[in-house]
Each structure stands twice: as C-alpha cells, then as structure tokens.
Design a protein around this ligand. Sequence first.
Ligand code: GLU
Length: 445
Amino acid sequence: MSLVKQRDPEQREFHQAVQEVVETVKPVLDRNMEYRQQAVLKRITEPERVIMFRVPWQDDDGQVQVNRGFRVEMNSALGPYKGGLRFHPSVNLGIIKFLAFEQVFKNSLTTLAMGGGKGGSDFDPKGKSDGEVMRFCQSFMAELYRHIGPNTDIPAGDIGVGAREIGYLFGMYKKLKNEFTGVLTGKSLNWGGSLIRPEATGYGNVYFASEMLATRQDTMEGKICLVSGAGNVAQFTTEKILDLGGKVVTLSDSGGYIYDEAGIDQEKLAFVMQLKNIRRGRISEYVEKYRSAVYTSVDPTLDYNPLWTHKADCALPCATQNEINQKDGENLVSGGVRLVSEGANMPCTPDAIDLFLEAEVLYAPGKAANAGGVAVSGLEMAQNSMRLSWPREEVDNRLKQIMKSIHSTCLDAAADYSIGQNYLAGANIAGFTKVVNGMLDQGLV
Ligand code: GLU
C-alpha cells in the first residue's frame, strides 16, 4: 500500500479500491508463497498501459473546448481489456484507475474471457446539445481508435455514456478503420447490440440480491427498497424489483432525490425512463407529475444523504462511488436495512462496509453484484463474433446463470478461507486468484 500511495499520492479512490482488495486477499498470499515471490500485488496494481490524450472540439457557439481523454488498460491475463467509458466532470486518472482495477476482478468473476480496463473523460454531457456530444465523441474516438479493437480492448458505456454516445463513437471508429466489428458493446439492437444489454446491470444486481436473500430463505416479495441514481442501472434495478414483487420508494440524481411512499410502479418508472433517457430532464420533475411524492434537493452542508434515512428492508445504491459514508451506513442499519447490493462501482466507503458486516447485513460489493452488465457485454461480443443474435430469453437465462455462479463462487471462496458469508472477501479472493494464476501461467510480461 505504501508503494502504491507513494507512486501516485493524489489518487485517493485508487488507493481505496486497492486497499480493500489487499486486505481481503492477505490469506491467499499467506497460503501461496509463489504469489509473494512473484510480486503479484506489485504487478496487479500497476496498469499494463495508460493512455491519456487531448480531446479538442467545438461547441455550438463556435468556441474551442479542450477535454482530457483516458484509457487505462489494466490487465489482460484473462482476455482483451474490457470495461466502460465514463464522461463526467469528476473524471481524472485516479478515478479511471480505480474503476479499471475493480473491473479486472469483476470481469474475472463473470466466468467469461475478459481482461479489465476503463476509460473516459472529464467532459460533462449535462446540458450539451446532440451536436456537441457527437463532435466530442468523434474527437475522442479520433485518438482512441488506434488503441482499441475487438481482440484488443472493447470499451462500453458507464456514467454519461449510453446508447447515443456509443452510436457516435462506433460511427467514428468504423469510418477511421473501415471495419464493422464488435469493438464497442452496448450497441443499438439494429446494428450488433444484444438484447438484455440495457437491462443487464440492474437485472443482474437484483438477481444477485435474490440469491443472497435465498440463503436466508427469503425473497424480494414485499421488500421496501431504497434505490439511488436514476440512470440505466437504477432504472432496471427498479424494474426487476417490481417484477419480483418488491417496492421501490426512492430515486435520485445529482440535484436531489424523490421519496414516493406509495412506491414507484411500472407507469411511474416509464415516466422516469422517458424523462431521463429521452428528455434528459431532472428527477425533481417527478413530483410535479406525482404530487404525493416528496423531492429533497442536495444540501451540501449535510454530512449524510437523507435518502438513506428512510425505513426500508434493502438498499441498492446505483449512483456513484462513495455515496454511502459511515453516517449513511449507521442510518441504514438503524432504519432496519438487511441487504445492501451495489449497483454502482464502490458506492460504500470502507467504514460503511464494516458496519454492514458487523450487523450481518447481506452486503454485496459492486464487482459481484453489478457484474451482469459487463457479463452481457461479453455475450454481445460472442454474438458479434458469430454474427448471430440470441433471443431475449436466452440472454436473460445466461445472465441469471452467471449471477448465480458469481454468488456461489463468492461463497465458496469465503468458505475455503473460513470467513463466513462475506461476499466482499469472497469476490476479491475468487477474482484475484483467477487473474493471478493466469498472470503466472503467462510469465513475467
Ligand atoms: N461500465 C460497466 C461496468 O462498470 C459495464 C462495462 C462493460 O460493459 O464493458 O461494469
């Protein structure tokens, strides 16, 4: 850890992600002397390659804007680099490195042959016109295209990158390479996308949560759930909870959150999808339409998020990193939450996670619970290679199977090291062992 911190002192989120893995895989290193001799931790925490580039583009007023682009190719022991692109003003090298690091273990857990990577830009798509987003994406790809490829590195979406951005990025890649290949996932259904890919992260999150509940002879039926976020992951987490008979009472965006005690039903969810995906509006508009719901805007003077103070059975954070701190964790536990399943990447701080584990809350880390998204990306790659597309039920069944298998893999790994029902340690140990064994097989490269 001291080496990692010394090398890049300002990359706090990266340190956090590494620390969590290092702590939980210590027993693995103790059991396998070769891992220490081969310096696997030193190797796995250093990206295989980091690409940083200038992204110049022209806004609608004719002004020249310059953003910074990133692609971190973290680890290719198990397959080509795979992971999303994030467009958000908070993006910097430390954020992309933390996401790429998490992605390595997540992809390892999916059972599919994918290495880990992540990329993005500090570009803020909020309030930008379609034309501006297109010009930005084209400029971004004008550099990225030389570093990626269907057998090398396959980007996808993440925060700020959805179907629209993937379309513009793909169009530019195809033009520059004169090649129509599955170089990006999350493509539109009409031109190479997979059924269930939009739903996959959210559905997978709830499949994983249901597996956890089943270990206590319980189901989602009747559960009151707090969901944060209002993007792709939050939307389809909500949809699957409704399918399984649960009730979702909150959603949020960067401006604030809505609390709807009556529950967000299918019709209200359809409104949110239209609002967020088509109109690109704010979640506050929900209460203008559904008057019994309450909107609370973000209060920067608070050191906790009031969303997590509502009484509920389950919490599914689907917004962003570190959105549940120690105080939020205390509020959730005292509000009666028995399950926390991470739709976002690293949404809980280490203090909050410790509280959940102490209180025997069923806690699933993102690299296990949200792996359904990248898993179906892997299935999209398989379909692209065969030039076939599978029916909805087939992809959904495979997704269910994969989430089941990740769940049992985590439990088996934890049992192997006698650490009980600890999904965090289980996910890290299983993900890590597979990647490290691949690295050792392939020699010092
Ligand atoms: N950004 C998503 C993740 O965090 C999906 C990545 C992908 O589909 O490649 O896993």
